[in-house]
Ligand binder design. Structure first.
Ligand SMILES: [Zn+2]
Length: 312
């Protein structure tokens, strides 16, 4: 524990060690130069070289990240970003579940992280919390719904709501004025709404309180309405679009992270259907089609968050 909190000592150790390494490398360069015929003032060269190397190292250490993800930032950087106006925090909720034989279990987590980042960038005043990858996915024993397939993780409704509640209160404690909940999975949308309502009930009326929670249903609804209409306009049938791991679901992941998609298994997924976890036909999925969903989710979520925050 002592080491965990020894920040200043740890940092100075790291800097001194790095400087030592820079100086060791400088010595090697200068040793080789000393053996050359054209003798100049090597000590002066060594000091100039060392100074530039140290400056470059210090600049690299203190470069502020452009990322909106707090996991990529130090606490000082988050504090300074807040002071510069980034007072909204987005909590992205994913889930770990089967997505047919052709998509990785982390589909929701990958999508909601990337989309939350784009939404934060679109808002201009928001940061993004770590993704919640553990969500209710059905009864564990005996297993129901997605829990019937290997690798799916389920937690209780109470644990889920309690975790979100505590995360939101943590961000309020640290000065965020708007806590936004978005979720990539359909099953828990009503629970996100309930968590935000309870937080607002507790926070309203307390003297000096100014933090609000916002459940943004538009994030998920955009995939069920605007995106589906756009796919129909491209000539796809509802049987192709599907409700789970079909073309809509699969194309959306392809547009954001194709590494989670196994294209060579599309035909088997379409043929075997619900027995292996697919409701729909993924064979028409492309990243270009998925981009229609990305644009719908980002545009509609940014507009909804602006409207919700604007009402305060
Ligand atoms: Zn899901």
């Amino acid at each position: 524990m002592a080491n965990h909190w020894g920040n200043s000592r740890g940092n100075s150790w790291a800097i001194n060690r790095a400087n030592t390494e820079v100086n060791v490398n400088t010595e090697r360069v200068c040793d080789s130069l000393r053996t050359s015929k054209n003798s100049v003032n090597f000590d002066l060269m060594r000091h100039i070289f060392s100074a530039f190397a140290t400056l470059a190292f210090v600049a690299a250490v203190h470069a502020a990240p452009a990322s909106p993800f707090i996991e990529d930032m130090t606490w000082v950087e988050v504090r300074d970003a807040q002071r510069a106006g980034k007072t909204t925090i987005i909590i992205p909720v994913g889930g770990t579940e089967q997505n047919g034989p052709h998509m990785a279990l982390g589909k929701h987590n990958v999508r909601v992280r990337v989309l939350a980042g784009r939404i934060a960038t679109g808002l201009g005043n928001a940061l993004v919390a770590p993704v919640l990858a553990y969500v209710p996915e059905g009864n564990i024993t005996p297993p129901t719904a997605h829990m019937r397939f290997t690798g799916t993780i389920s937690i209780s409704d109470d644990a889920f709501k309690s975790l979100l509640d505590s995360a939101a209160r943590s961000f309020k404690q640290h000065g965020f004025t708007d806590v936004v909940l978005i979720g990539d999975h359909g099953g828990y949308q009503s629970q996100l709404k309930a968590v935000a309502a309870k937080l607002n009930k507790d926070w309203t009326g307390a003297s000096g309180e100014k933090t609000q929670a916002h459940f943004i249903s538009d994030y998920y609804q955009a995939t069920q309405t605007t995106y589906v209409k756009a796919l129909r306009a491209q000539g796809l049938s509802d049987a192709q679009i599907g409700t789970h791991a079909g073309t809509a679901d699969t194309a959306l992941l392809m547009a954001l992270d194709p590494s989670g998609v196994r294209g060579d298994l599309f035909a088997a997924s379409a043929r075997e259907g619900v027995s292996t976890g697919t409701a729909g036909d993924p064979r028409a999925a492309t990243a270009a089609l998925g981009q229609l969903g990305v644009e719908a989710v980002v545009t509609e979520s940014v507009a909804a968050i602006k409207a919700a925050v604007g009402k305060r």
